[in-house]
Design a protein around this ligand. Sequence first.
Ligand SMILES: O=C(O)C(=O)/C=C/C=C/O
Length: 488
Amino acid sequence: MSDRESLHFINGEYTAGSSGLTFENRCPVDGSLIGLVHEGKREEVDAAVSAARAALKGPWGRMSVEERVRMLYRVADGITARFDEFLEAECLDTGKPKSLASHIDIPRGAANFKVFADVIRNVPTEGFFLETPDGAGAQNYGVRTPKGVIGVISPWNLPLLLMTWKVGPALACGNTVVVKPSEETPLTTTLLGEVMNDAGVPRGVFNVVHGFGPDSAGAFLTEHPGVDAITFTGETRTGTAIMKAAAEGVRDVSFELGGKNPAIVFADCDMDKAIEGTMRSVFANCGQVCLGTERVFVERPVFDEFVARLKAGAEGLKLGRPEDETVNMGPLISKEHQQKVLGYYKLAKDLGATVVIGGGVPDMPDDLKDGAWVEPTIWTGLGDDSAVMREEIFGPCCHITPFDEEEEVIARANDTVYGLASAVWTENMSRGHRVAAQIDCGICWVNSWFLRDLRTAFGGTKQSGIGREGGVHSLEFYTELRNVCVKL
Ligand SMILES: O=C(O)C(=O)/C=C/C=C/O
């Protein structure tokens, strides 16, 4: 049991706000109460947006790029200096293994500030010399200015990492932000307020308002006329609602949404690599990674071997508490999400799937029985048109199906409304490049998964998102690019 109260962070100060409403934050490992979270309503969002707007006109708005860069480095160093606190908080909120969060979530949560500080320090501006009839010419140059107040709605699967993946570039580009973290995972975003103050980030630059979506902080933020642009990571249907809100006032959006990501395993793959990589892409973070795999296509000659080896890998997964170093899989984020995933587990059985492993709730020790646990699960035998193959489940599960021809599997992999990520396993590099070029998604890994170069364009096609963030691509969303043409 913990008594961690989550307050809003507005204009450099923690506040309970005035709604008088709170909701419970429960640990998904055992259902214990972490603490109460204050729910922000219109008034709290108004205060946060006003503070963010004012900060643009204050010291932050007058700060040089170099000063901003140094400040963001201090923020990154501040997270690192409090690594254990952030690790404890993230694992309390999510139940994920400390071994995972200590290697991915917290280090990347800090690194995102440095990566984008470096981008803004080194990015060139464009210039074009225009020949003119009088022969004197004209010089054009590009000018990037902050977009203003950015609304950030961040998800519960990698709370710190995916929040700073947005706040980092937003601040590097001179904007200010109002963050509405997921109601499931308030702790690390709240804690970041202290780090911002300690790093000397002017009050009002970074604001946090807790709450839900409709008729709560999320909706009030996306509908607020003082918000100049909205960035969101989460489910496609929520993205649709946010986009409708953003239309009022013609605000820009940057979305990383859902996926139904394929992995394609050719017979000529390095099977050890393919199994290791697919074990991570299916089961890492209890399958709660937007880039994760839920559809596995295996060339028929190695289908039985692949299924058997992935089953053996899943049998080796140990579920338990975050602090147990032998644990490599935690629970789902909530009992509600557990019910959603178990609904698909039941559906798969009802549809006649072969349950290779899993399909239910693991027999956990008594002290964990109230957690949001599900078994790592593998199915075979369903058609590509089944709901299990078409709808995002977002749990530790995948369906494996055989294929015979390259052209066939590309068409099947692309047969989805989504287009976020994919993985291709083959030792034939001509085929690797050829297939990767034909899969309609934002990122395709060949003989790897979740290998992340933060300079690259990152985002989804179709219903997996709008826009690209990462490296200089983030500048397109977090700045306004203007052109000045000077007649010489
Ligand atoms: O690695 C990243 O920058 C990133 O965005 C990861 C996204 C995972 C989504 O669930």
